[in-house]
Design a binder for this molecule. Structure first.
Ligand code: GCO
Ligand code: MG
Length: 412
C-alpha cells in the first residue's frame, strides 16, 4: 500500500484549518490536522515544499519509519512548524492503517481503556453574574468539568473571556473565546498581574459558593506569571480545590515550576506550546507537573505524543490534551482515539466547533453527558467535505498580544 497522492487543504469555515489528505494506490484516504493558529501558512509551505515530495511512493504502513525519516532527515529538529507538519503525516497514516484494518483507530492503539473521555469546557464572564450564567449553560450542555476565566476589574479585555460568553453550542451561534480578538494585525490587550492575583481567588470563592464543592474547576494562567507570582496564586486557590492550574509561568523555563511546586499543592498542567518529548523530559522526571497539555496536532502526532504520555505514566502524570477550536475536528478525533486507549488519561479540553466547521469536517465522535467518544467508524472517523471546504478561503488571523500600562510587551 503506497502513498499515491498528498494534498494540503486550507479552509476557513469559522477559523483557519490546515489539513493534509493522503491517498494510497488502493484508494484509501487519511487525514491529518496541521493547523498552527496564526502561523498556518508556514506549515502549509513546510508540507507543500518539503514534505509532500518525499511522501509519494512510500509504504503507507510504515508509520514509525516515516516519522523518523521526516524528523531526522530534516536535520533541523523540533519546533511547532516542523512538529505540526510531521504530526499531520503521522495522523493521516494512522487513519489509513485503521481503515485498512477495518477498525476504529483506538483499537490499534491497544483498545479502549474506558467507556468515554471526561471533557471540560470554557465558562467565562466579565462579571461574576455573567460567569455564573456561562457555567450554568455549560452544565445544561452536559459538561461535568468547567474551566473558569473571569474579567479583572480595570482591564479592558483579557485572554479567555468569550466575546459571546454565553455558550450556544451547535445551534447556530458560534461559541469561541478568542475570535473577536483575531485580526489582520495582532490586537492589543492589557494586563496587570497584581490586579489579577487579587481578583481570581474572589472569583473562585464565589463560584464555589454558588455551585458547591463537587464540580471540577480548572483555570488557565496563560503564561503570564513569574514563578513567585504563580506560587502565590496556586496557594491562594488551594481552598477552592482546583482540578488544575494551567500554564502558570511561561513554558520555556522548566525550572520555574520547581519553585511553584515547593509552595503549592494546586495541581499543575502545562504544555500546549510544547512540541516534543524533550520539552517535557525534565518536568516529568522531576514530577513538576500533574498533566501533559499537548495536542496531537502540535506534538508530532500520535506516534510522538504517545511516547510522551507513556513516559509521564511512570510518574502518575496524566493527559490533559489541548483542545481549543484551533485544533480541527481531525486533531480532536486523533486526541480522542489516543485518550481512549492510554491508561493515564486525565481529561480532554473540548470547545465545540461551529456549524460551518462541522459541515466541512464530517465527524462520528459523540458527546454524551459530559463524555466524548471517538466513535466506531474505521479510522479516525472524520471525513473532509472538500466542496464545503472550498467555500471558505484562508483569512489572515493573528492572535492578540499584551502590553502593561507603561507600554511594555507582556506574555499573552
Ligand atoms: C487553551 C489555550 C488556547 C490558546 C489557543 C492559541 O487552553 O485552550 O490556552 O486558548 O490560547 O489555542 O492558539
Ligand atoms: Mg491554555
Amino acid at each position: 500500500m503506497k502513498i499515491d497522492k498528498a494534498e494540503v487543504i486550507v479552509t476557513s469555515p469559522d477559523r483557519n484549518f490546515v489539513t493534509l489528505k493522503l491517498t494510497t494506490d488502493d484508494g484509501l484516504t487519511g487525514l491529518g490536522d496541521a493547523t498552527l493558529n496564526g502561523r498556518e501558512l508556514a506549515v502549509v509551505a513546510y508540507l507543500t515544499e518539503h514534505v509532500v515530495p518525499l511522501l509519494i511512493g512510500l509504504d503507507a504502513h510504515r508509520i514509525e519509519d516515516t516519522w523518523q525519516f521526516l524528523y531526522r532527515s530534516a536535520y533541523w529538529r523540533r519546533g511547532p512548524v516542523t512538529m505540526a507538519a510531521i504530526a499531520a503525516v503521522d495522523v493521516a497514516l494512522w487513519d489509513i492503517k485503521a481503515k485498512a484494518a477495518g477498525m476504529p483507530l483506538y483499537q490499534l492503539l491497544g483498545g479502549a481503556s474506558r467507556t468515554g473521555l471526561l471533557a471540560y469546557g470554557h465558562a467565562s464572564g466579565k462579571s461574576n453574574n455573567e460567569l455564573f450564567d456561562s457555567v450554568r449553560e455549560h452544565q445544561e450542555k452536559g459538561f461535568q468539568a468547567i474551566r473558569i476565566q473571569a474579567g479583572v476589574p480595570g482591564l479592558k479585555s483579557i485572554y479567555g473571556i468569550a466575546s459571546n460568553a454565553t455558550f450556544k453550542g451547535n445551534d447556530g451561534v458560534r461559541y469561541d473565546h478568542e475570535p473577536a480578538q483575531r485580526g489582520a494585525y495582532p490586537a492589543e490587550e492589557d494586563w496587570d498581574t497584581r490586579s489579577y492575583l487579587r481578583h481570581v481567588p474572589t472569583v473562585f470563592e464565589a463560584v464555589r459558593n454558588e455551585f458547591g464543592s463537587e464540580l471540577p474547576l480548572l483555570h488557565d494562567g496563560h503564561h503570564r506569571m513569574t514563578p513567585i507570582q504563580a506560587a502565590q496564586l496556586g496557594k491562594s486557590l488551594e481552598p477552592f480545590d482546583l482540578f488544575w492550574l494551567e500554564d502558570c509561568t511561561p513554558a520555556e523555563n522548566p525550572e520555574a515550576l520547581r519553585l511553584v511546586r515547593q509552595h503549592t499543592t494546586t495541581p499543575l498542567a502545562i504544555g500546549e506550546v510544547f512540541n516534543s518529548i524533550w520539552d517535557y523530559q525534565q518536568i516529568i522526571r522531576e514530577q513538576l507537573i500533574d498533566y501533559v497539555r499537548s495536542a496531537v496536532t502540535h506534538t508530532g502526532g500520535i506516534t510522538h505524543l504517545k511516547k510522551v504520555l507513556e513516559y509521564a505514566s511512570q510518574y502518575q502524570i496524566k493527559s490533559g490534551m489541548h483542545g481549543p477550536t484551533d485544533i480541527s475536528p481531525v486533531g480532536m478525533a486523533a486526541a480522542m482515539h489516543l485518550g481512549l486507549a492510554i491508561h493515564n488519561f486525565g481529561i480532554q479540553e473540548y470547545m465545540q466547533h461551529g456549524e460551518k466547521t462541522n459541515r466541512v469536517f464530517e465527524q462520528s465522535y459523540t458527546w454524551d453527558n459530559g463524555m466524548l467518544h471517538p466513535g466506531d467508524q474505521p479510522g479516525l472517523g472524520v471525513e473532509l467535505n472538500q466542496d464545503e471546504a472550498g467555500k471558505y478561503p484562508y483569512e489572515k488571523a493573528y492572535l492578540p498580544y499584551n502590553r502593561l500600562s507603561d507600554g511594555t510587551v507582556h506574555d499573552w
